[in-house]
Design a protein around this ligand. Sequence first.
Ligand code: F6P
Length: 356
Amino acid sequence: MKVGILTGGGDCAGLNAVMRAIALNLYQNEKNVEIVGFRDGYAGLIRGEAVPLRRADFEGILRAGGTILGTTRTPFKLMSVPEEGGATRLARMVAAYKKCGLDCLFTLGGAGTHKTAALLCAEGCNVIGLPKTIDNDIYGTDVTFGFQTAVDVATDALERVRTTSESHGRTMLVEIMGNKAGWLTLHAGIAGGADIILLPEIPFSVDKVCAAVTAGYAAGKRCNIIAVGEGAVVDSEAPFKKRERVFIRAERGETTVTQHLAEIIQERTGAETRATVLGYIQRGGEPCAYDRVLCTRLGSFAAQLCRRGRFGVTVAVVGGRITFNALPDIAGKYKFVDPNGEIVRAAEETGVFFGR
Ligand code: F6P
């Protein structure tokens, strides 16, 4: 059996742990296993450069952050556009897949990676996807690997920010990753005891947020901690598309939503206000114990699917069980926070303010 592996899109903790689980399962249960890796996501497959991997390459990487194969974002839009020489990137990938004589290609990635994986399937390649992203926004799975580690990192950051904010009596905005979906901000915000949580899915009123800050101090709070999702939107911006919002904000000379809101809060409430952007520390470093277990389950299951000849799918967690979805059913779809769902309500009913 000869299989290929690639990691696509933004990285996260747990990519190596998943590859290790795939490899160890195959080595343990198949007689002749050959594994090759494609560097830098689909870019390596487009270049047709298959790197032979040995058993030793998968040893000792359960805890290792990043990805031993490297990754890039390769825009889905460009996959079917003919390039110099006439061939599309898709055609070059299919040719590379065939030339390598692969029985299966494992693609570890987020929504974009899955869309391209579905294209490869439609061209007759045997593909099995694995759901990676700190954003937890892949449709059809309760959870993605890398998410819980990022939640732990952001939670720890919120707790640290609280002690310094209490010392100074400040209001602190903490920007948490998640451009489209607010899962990471929601979970870390709750776990880190944020007073206010602002998500892309729940447009917020600037007036109401300022009023909540003032009310917090009036009620005796030493500080206000606001967890802001990277893609959070002000209610007046909600009718506009993301691209239009970027344009409107640039026209007004605004930088990020977090920085802008921090300035307004300080101006209107008089509270000393600061903003912190957590950024890539949420993606880097070792996977937490939960993710190591999840990665092992997902990777091992993906290898089982391959051994059974079940392709054109992506592995998923549904109701706590590891299962799979057909790639065409989930490709291009996202999973968003339900503004009236159980988690938001639980937080709201315990005093967290969502700015609405
Ligand atoms: O998709 C994961 C993610 O970390 C998002 O939360 C974030 O908006 C984006 O990637 C950042 O992407 P890049 O690595 O291209 O800066």
